[in-house]
Design a protein around this ligand. Structure first.
Ligand code: GTP
Ligand code: MG
Ligand code: ZN
Length: 158
């Protein structure tokens, strides 16, 4: 998908310099499940900040948010950094069914070739996305993810 991925460890202090280089002069938001180490990483990026961090307890660790509100800091090397409380679950808001595929960068090249301009790419005739999935040009897992998101959109709200 062309997204840049960095391997970092707050504990071993690995990959911090490379991350800092990407953050210079920009506003960065830390997002992720509770307990993945967002605040710990910030403490490495901004020594002396000493944000509260806590070990995840229990078998799931869910629902225990150490950071309880979003906070923005000015970075000593230029730019800003926002720490946020962990998310429990991602959902989609204000996206219509016919619009969803536009957010899948790997589907975008094909959607204009569909027979119907309001194609949902599930079982419509002349669907170019279906063809691309069958030919292996779109990853099946990505398509399954698309289909389950599509199903979660309640049409009645629009
Ligand atoms: N082994 C290891 N543990 C880490 C690392 N980063 C964080 N931890 C530990 O993971 C636990 C949770 O870290 P936090 O920084 O509080 O996590 P958080 O994402 O800010 O959590 P919330 O504020 O609840 O959203 C702490 O016990 C950290 O010491 C890491 O790179 N390696
Ligand atoms: Mg935190
Ligand atoms: Zn289609």
């Amino acid at each position: 998908m062309d997204y840049k991925v960095l391997l970092v460890s707050a504990e071993k202090k690995e990959g911090i310099e490379e991350l800092v280089a990407l953050m210079k002069g920009k506003t960065t938001l830390m997002s992720g499940h509770s307990g993945v180490g967002k605040s710990s990483l910030i403490n490495q990026i901004m020594p002396g900040k000493e944000l509260k961090t806590k070990a995840v307890s229990g078998w799931s660790g869910k629902g225990l948010h150490t950071t309880t509100f979003a906070e923005m800091f000015d970075l000593p090397f230029g730019g800003r950094l926002i720490d946020t409380p962990g998310v429990r679950e991602f959902g989609i808001v204000d996206i219509e069914k016919t619009e969803l595929s536009h957010y899948f960068l790997d589907m975008r090249p094909y959607i204009t070739a569909c027979q119907f301009n309001n194609c949902l790419h599930i079982n419509e005739p002349g669907c170019a996305v279906q063809v691309a999935v069958n030919e292996g040009k779109i990853d099946v897992d990505r398509f399954v993810s698309y289909a389950s998101m599509l199903e979660s959109i309640d049409e009645k709200q629009y």
